[in-house]
Design a binder for this molecule. Structure first.
Ligand SMILES: [Zn+2]
Length: 750
């Protein structure tokens, strides 16, 4: 292990490789820790045109920081651009002096690089193109001759804004040109619907006025950052469309004036009916509120979502008569009115289509999950009126998953069917169903094939979107995660180069992230983690918890089996049949999962001599967390298939006592390993957290496997005893502490 590689590694991973690609690198470079800074400087100046756009200046500053240059090494030039030895010259394609072949190599908002005489010229389609270039120097910095072009595959690259990073950094890291952001509005309706405003108490009126002033100021500053980076920003509307949650004060004031607008919910529906879509006052309220959000945000558009908190599923007489008791008509009405609110202001509307698992009961509520097939309608049918009857400039974004669920879910059935609207494929890279990013949770191979398929369907004029993060995690930053930042890297690479293979992406990412000798092993370990996670959480292609945690009982676990919406496809339904063949299949699959994790440890062992102690410890801890979770989850899934087989046997008035031994072993395994979940030293610090593990606001945890294991064992035992009586089964396999008191299927036989 060389001093240089250790230092490089620690400096890069402390900030994360993605962050190192930005101006933040400056601090560590100042310490002389960076390998680039230690090598003989190849470039000594960054040249930008006089009066350059702020995005170009930011790009120059980032490049300077990355190369270990000082701020006054960034200099302006006037007149024609030309290549200079030892300099990186930034230009736009219409800048005087840019060679015509270089300018004509650029498509969309891409860029091209000319290398000659020991210098580089980076020519962008527009100012932000230089930010894109500054975020991926590994592609072009070493060029010494000729031209190289880099043009995006999708016209639109959308990303969710991360408030801890400045916008220019995010543009550089992600290669994105459009963002959604939280730009809060304090809506009082003072001017829009004064009769409703009048019903607010004086204190609320004053608070909203004060907050509006603050919000407007904050929003102006943030929107300014986006425009300085030469990108667009859409303000997130409040989540869902349940107005009682958007603003309880306004909702109550509104109903005091317009009581007939109150909705009537459907009995046993999970969806709510805060307002009735058949009442004209409802839309007056929505238009006023959405319009105010758009105005106060000062953004280029607004982005809306219509699930989880759906609030217009009204079943009063009016709606039953005119069809507004149906999702597809409600969505059409809502989107038409949102559009009417923002269009006169010259702002755009961005729409996320419904995303869910399968329709199911949740307690006494039915979760409709419209658009997910089987007993709900098709995704296209749900959105058909919006697609065909709303203005075509409305952007329609659809998750790549035909479920709200990773890992390895089905491909969306809606993508490619929303034309003439521009279509965007959404990637929710938050590790939600692959361990919430506590564990390695790479989705590179999945992203690669789905991105290619999505591109075929939505076309180059369409878009791709990313939400990087960690579901239910506190203190977490995916950009600095020394494992799961690979998913961000993959998204960025594929949105610019669909031909990049998964293996190549893993390799390129690891080369950025780790010392040379460690990189191939870490690439391999992460590649293996992708399959292991799929096998861990997607038994025979079926689903697990949306939040990766252990189900508490069999009823819940069987609901979750449906979550990838594959259960009604013949080839997957077959795998749910309660047969010994399927038990053998799941046993083999789970063995493969655990063997994959073992091989991850082998690769870590090979990388370890080249890693720092802290990094090796972090990776070992997180791999161990994954292994212990997978051991428990594996035992649970296999036992679930055994239980389902025994239940079916019982329905046929017989049983299979041979299942007792493996069930008892699974019971013992889960009992033992439940105590080993999420072990850590409170003083240990991970790259992805801003505090040591002992200080995390949310303790790492995915629940307990014990309750489900006990129920699976006890009920399976009861099925067996119902047929064989109390004496036949070997005593040493009876876990008496969880035995059910009376076999449920015994009946009276004499
Ligand atoms: Zn109604």
């Amino acid at each position: 292990m060389t001093t240089e590689s250790t230092s490089l590694f620690s400096s890069l991973t402390r900030r994360g490789f993605l962050k190192a690609a930005s101006s933040v690198a400056a601090g560590a470079l100042g310490d002389g820790l960076d390998l680039l800074a230690q090598a003989a400087p190849k470039f000594t100046a960054i040249l930008v045109p006089t009066g350059a756009h702020a995005a170009m200046s930011s790009a120059a500053a980032m490049l300077a920081a990355k190369l270990g240059l000082k701020t006054d090494d960034v200099r302006e030039y006037s007149g024609a651009a030309s290549v200079h030895k030892g300099a990186i010259v930034l230009a736009l394609k219409d800048t005087q002096g840019v060679p015509a072949p270089l300018a004509s190599a650029i498509a969309r908002d891409g860029y091209a690089v000319l290398a000659e005489n020991g210098g580089l010229m980076i020519c962008g389609a527009r100012p932000r193109s230089l930010l894109f270039a500054s975020g991926e120097t590994h592609h072009w910095l070493d060029h010494t001759a000729g031209t190289w072009q880099r043009n995006p595959e999708f016209a639109m690259r959308f990303a969710a804004h991360h408030r801890d990073y400045n916008v220019a950094e995010q543009v550089a890291i992600l290669g994105a040109n459009s963002f959604t952001a939280q730009l809060h509005a304090s809506v009082s309706l003072k001017n829009e619907i004064p009769e409703v405003y009048a019903k607010l108490n004086a204190e609320t009126q004053q608070r909203l006025a004060d907050d509006e002033a603050d919000d407007m100021k904050r929003n102006a500053a943030l929107v300014g950052e986006f425009h300085d980076a030469d990108v667009e920003v859409f303000a997130d509307l409040p989540y869902g469309n349940d107005f009682s949650r958007w603003s309880a004060d306004l909702y109550n004031a509104f109903l005091a004036v317009y009581p007939s607008a109150k909705g009537v919910p459907e009995e046993h529906s999970r969806e709510r009916a805060a307002l009735c879509p058949s009442d004209p006052a409802t839309w007056k309220l929505f238009e006023a509120y959405v319009g105010e959000c758009a105005r106060q945000s000062q953004a280029d558009g607004v982005a809306c979502t219509f699930w989880d908190q759906f609030g217009i599923f009204c079943h009063d007489e009016r709606c039953q008569k005119n069809g507004l008791d149906q999702f597809k008509n409600e969505l059409h009405a809502a989107i038409s009115h949102y559009y009417a609110a923002v269009e006169p202001m010259g702002k755009k509307l961005h729409l996320r289509t419904w995303s869910s698992g399968c329709p199911h009961w949740l307690g006494t509520d039915y979760v409709h999950a419209p658009g997910y097939g089987n007993f709900s309608q098709s995704h296209y049918e749900l959105w058909s009126r919006v697609i065909n009857e709303t203005p075509k400039e409305i952007l329609i974004q659809t998750k790549v998953y035909h479920s709200d669920c990773e890992p390895d879910p089905r491909f969306s059935t809606l993508l490619g069917h929303s034309k003439p609207h521009p279509e965007i494929v959404e990637y929710q890279m938050v590790g939600q169903t692959t361990g919430r990013h506590y564990f390695p949770a790479a989705t590179v191979a999945y992203t690669a094939w789905t991105m290619r398929k999505a591109h075929e369907l939505v076309g180059a004029d369409g878009g791709a979107q990313i939400t990087p993060g960690g579901t239910m995690q506190a203190n977490y930053d995916m950009y600095t995660d020394l494992l799961n930042s690979v998913d961000i890297f993959a998204w960025r690479e594929l949105t610019w180069n669909l031909d990049a293979s998964a293996a190549q992406i893993y390799g390129d990412w690891a080369a950025q992230m780790y010392p040379e000798q460690a990189a191939p092993h870490m690439a391999k370990a992460m590649l293996l983690s992708e399959e292991a996670a799929n096998l861990c959480w997607s038994p025979l292609g079926h689903g697990s918890s949306t939040n990766s945690d252990f189900a508490v009982d069999i009823e819940r676990r069987e609901t979750l089996l449906r979550y990838t919406n594959r259960y009604y496809l013949p080839e997957y339904a077959k795998l749910l049949e309660p047969t010994k063949e399927n038990i053998a299949r799941i046993v083999a699959e789970k063995q493969k999962c655990l063997a994959g994790i073992d091989t991850m440890f082998v690769e870590l062992g090979a990388a370890k001599p080249h890693l720092t102690e802290a990094q090796a410890a972090e990776i070992a801890t997180r791999f161990d967390w994954f292994r212990e979770f997978a051991i428990c989850n594996t035992a649970l899934d296999v036992s679930l298939w055994r239980f389902r087989y025994l239940r079916a046997q019982a329905a046929m008035l017989t049983t299979d006592p041979d299942q007792l031994k493996p069930l008892a072993e699974a019971f013992d395994t889960v009992t033992e390993h439940a105590t080993k979940l999420f072990h850590y030293d409170p003083a240990q610090k991970f790259t992805c957290y801003d505090v040591p593990l002992g200080q995390l606001r949310t303790e790492p945890n995915l629940g307990s496997p014990l309750e489900l294991m006990q129920e699976l064992y006890a009920k399976s035992l009861a099925f067996m005893e119902a047929s064989v009586g109390p004496d036949y089964l070997p005593k040493e396999l009876i876990r008496a502490e969880v035995r059910m008191n009376v076999p449920t299927e015994r009946g009276r036989g004499y």
